[in-house]
Design a protein around this ligand. Structure first.
Ligand SMILES: [Fe+2]
Length: 257
């Protein structure tokens, strides 16, 4: 998918507006200043380095985060309607977690995490328009995001920390300690992590559909070529096998294959 310059610009305005609307006071200002400081980098960032992953195109990151914020607010209404105790977290915590859930994807303050792929073969054959920046020491996305926030003096609540940490749900085995607990006292005391995970999954799935389903439509899928090699192999190996077969029953059975 390709976003126009206007769409990229408009997404960025929506991104900043979400902070303005939902993160009040000093923390909102700090967050706005943080994102404005890294604006040039974040505004064009992809959400992933491979085409097969979601939103791996310029501006894909902000587009994804905005979708997660929208989905999170809609999921909130659904959970509330179904009886979820929404007094255990605030809308501010929900939106803060959604805005920052993938922040670790930006890299650290000096290095971008995704840089343009320099290997043309990998671009053509593997669909990698970006590659990981090897100058960046490894960290999980949630760990790096939380580190960046504290490094820039942006405070987060306990609820926000757990939600950002576990936003990949059980797709990340590291989250089992929070999400696979059997003892009631060890389960999260709020549904915020589940709401954020659902919103993220929903957004990523929809981004996959936008990018890939048209490619799988009838007129777009390549017609498989007749595999002459396989056919001729079967023929010759079958003849060879049949000639050396002593059991007539088995010979008949193989012959009919
Ligand atoms: Fe995400």
């Amino acid at each position: 998918m390709k976003l126009t310059a206007e769409q990229i610009q408009s997404n960025w305005e929506i991104f900043l507006d979400n902070i303005k609307t939902h993160i009040p006071g000093n923390r909102g200002e700090q967050l706005t200043n943080f994102y404005k400081r890294y604006e040039e980098r974040i505004i064009l960032m992809p959400a992933a380095h491979k085409k097969e992953y979601h939103s791996a195109f310029p501006g894909g990151y902000v587009d994804h985060v905005n979708r997660v914020v929208r989905c999170a607010l809609k999921q909130y209404e659904l959970w509330k309607e179904e009886g979820c105790d929404v007094t255990t977290f605030t809308i501010e915590e929900l939106v803060f977690s959604a805005i920052n859930h993938d922040l670790g994807k930006m890299g650290d303050k000096d290095h971008e995490a995704y840089i343009p792929q320099t290997d043309q073969w990998r671009r053509d054959k593997l669909g990698e328009d970006y590659m990981f920046n090897k100058a960046l020491p490894f960290s999980s996305v949630p760990d790096r995001g939380l580190f960046l926030l504290q490094q820039h003096d942006i405070k987060y609540t306990f609820n926000e920390m757990i939600a950002i940490q576990t936003h990949d749900g059980l797709y990340d085995a590291a989250n089992e300690k929070y999400l696979k607990a059997f003892m009631p006292e060890q389960k999260p005391r709020t549904s915020l992590p589940f709401i954020l995970h659902q919103a993220d999954m929903m957004a990523a799935r929809i981004e996959f559909e936008i990018e890939w389903l048209p490619k799988f439509s009838k007129n777009s899928v390549d017609t498989p070529k007749k595999n002459y090699t396989l056919n001729s192999n079967i023929k010759s190996s079958k003849t060879k096998a049949l000639n050396s077969m002593s059991s007539p029953g088995l010979k008949n059975m193989l012959d009919s294959l």
